[in-house]
Ligand binder design. Structure first.
Ligand SMILES: Cc1cc2nc3c(=O)[nH]c(=O)nc-3n(C[C@H](O)[C@H](O)[C@H](O)COP(=O)(O)OP(=O)(O)OC[C@H]3O[C@@H](n4cnc5c(N)ncnc54)[C@H](O)[C@@H]3O)c2cc1C
Length: 397
């Protein structure tokens, strides 16, 4: 059976490896648009911050891929699917036949359609190419502006500050990570990052990027122009679905898949961030890898069913512990908050119908595993006080 996997990110690579392992006689081809061996995208922030080297990110060296029986081709982007002929066509016009196709095209970083957005020096934060470009510009020093104070924006900001740039974060809300933190915890984080030299301009909207042959500044809605020789847009992601849509597959926000990761064409599967399952997108690596395993099992003829588990995410900034999991919207759930201002610790737990559905930990994240377990178990809360004190209280009780 010829299996072609389009996209060599974490989901596509995991699926290719598992198909090669589980499907006897499978001829697996893995096509990746990026000119790189499969690498750990999650670790890009550590690369930017200078904590690891590029080589440390490679998850699948070429010899390992060959040994696994995978034909890997870097720098090969698929431009079209011919579903009737079961062929993919690359941007260079090459046609590659398949019996089963796996789409693992991931997401693209959203680029705000602002005046000046196409100027050199305006980057997204998504792949190794982006980080290499950031490092080239950071080597010259000067000012960087990060648009977007969410998790990734803050990782970009601290990485660039660690590289010696003067960094300003422009954020639309009144405090960073507003989806995870309330204003007080946001203020703690702002102060902590401020001590690392990161300045925040918020709430503020970017109205234009200025410069002629290269970006030189960011104009915000109060009229100020912030100097910048590097601008990083970190304002969200959008699934790569153009290929699937043009081929007539069912696509909503992502490629619509069933529990076995099959698309509306039974010969085509989809895994990772390009998918939409029961109306939901994913945005983290763990579910992407789980989906890859499920698709490989289905291709091997085994019963396979993907069951989403609550998301969890941590801010990967050394010396700053922030973790969140599950549903963390104060609009839909009741919150319990514990603050220790002197210790700069904060936790916020979200309950619905007497059950723990989400948690945010700031400053001390040692209880992350404990709360994750309770969220996954849909734990019924008997004592709010015990719950908020965490695992050490439970152990002592
Ligand atoms: C800086 C950064 C930090 C992150 N940190 C975390 C974290 O701490 N925790 C976490 O859980 N998640 C994190 N994420 C998110 C995580 O990286 C993604 O969830 C994960 O990479 C999704 O994997 P994927 O394989 O579905 O998609 P992707 O990783 O996007 O891979 C898709 C690949 O397909 C390729 N492709 C697209 N179209 C085509 C085509 N037509 N032909 C061929 N190839 C194509 C793309 O070039 C890309 O290489 C982070 C992401 C970034 C950018």
């Amino acid at each position: 059976m010829k299996v072609v996997v389009v996209g060599a990110g974490p989901a596509g690579t995991r699926c290719a490896v598992q198909v090669a392992r589980r499907v006897p006689g499978a001829e697996v081809t893995l096509l990746g648009a990026e000119l790189a061996l499969p690498y750990d995208r999650v670790a890009l922030s550590r690369l930017l911050a200078g904590e690891v080297e590029v080589g440390d990110l490679i998850t699948h060296p070429i010899l390992a891929l060959e040994a696994a029986g995978i034909r890997f081709r870097a720098g090969v982007a698929v431009a079209a699917l011919d579903r009737a002929a079961q062929v993919v066509e690359t941007t260079k016009g090459e046609r590659i036949g398949y019996d089963r196709l796996v789409l693992a095209t991931g997401s693209a970083a959203v680029r705000l359609p602002l005046p000046g957005a196409e100027l050199p020096g305006v980057l997204a934060y998504r792949d190794l190419g982006d980080v290499r470009a950031m490092l080239r510009l950071a080597a010259e020093g000067g000012h960087a502006v990060v648009i977007g104070g969410g998790l990734l924006g803050l990782e970009a900001a601290t990485g660039l500050a660690a590289r010696g740039m003067k960094v300003t974060v422009v954020h639309a809300m009144g405090w960073p990570m507003d989806r995870q933190l309330d204003p007080e915890a946001g203020a703690l984080l702002t102060a902590r990052l401020g001590r690392r030299g990161i300045r925040f301009v918020m709430p503020a909207a970017t109205v234009a990027l200025e410069g002629e042959r290269h970006v030189q500044g960011v104009r915000v809605d109060d009229g100020r122009v912030l100097p910048a020789s590097l601008v990083v847009m970190s304002v969200g992601i959008r699934p790569h679905v153009a290929l699937a849509r043009a081929a007539g597959l069912q696509v909503a926000r992502g490629v619509v898949v069933d529990d076995a990761m099959r698309s509306s064409d039974p010969a085509i599967y989809a895994v990772g961030e390009c998918t939409e399952h029961k109306g939901r997108l994913i945005g983290l690596v763990k579910p992407a890898l789980e989906q890859a395993e499920v698709a490989a099992a289905a291709l091997a003829g085994d019963a396979a069913c993907w069951q989403p588990v609550p998301d969890q995410a941590a801010l990967k900034v050394s010396g700053t512990a922030v973790w969140s999991a599950g549903e963390i919207s104060a609009e839909t759930a009741e919150a319990i908050i514990l603050r220790d201002e002197d210790a700069e610790e904060y936790r916020r737990l979200f309950l619905r119908d007497g059950r723990l559905v989400g948690a945010v930990l700031y400053g001390d994240t040692a209880d992350a595993g404990y709360y994750m377990r309770l969220i996954a178990e849909q734990h019924v809360v008997e004592s709010r006080a015990e719950l908020v004190l965490g695992s050490s209280f439970e152990a002592a009780a």
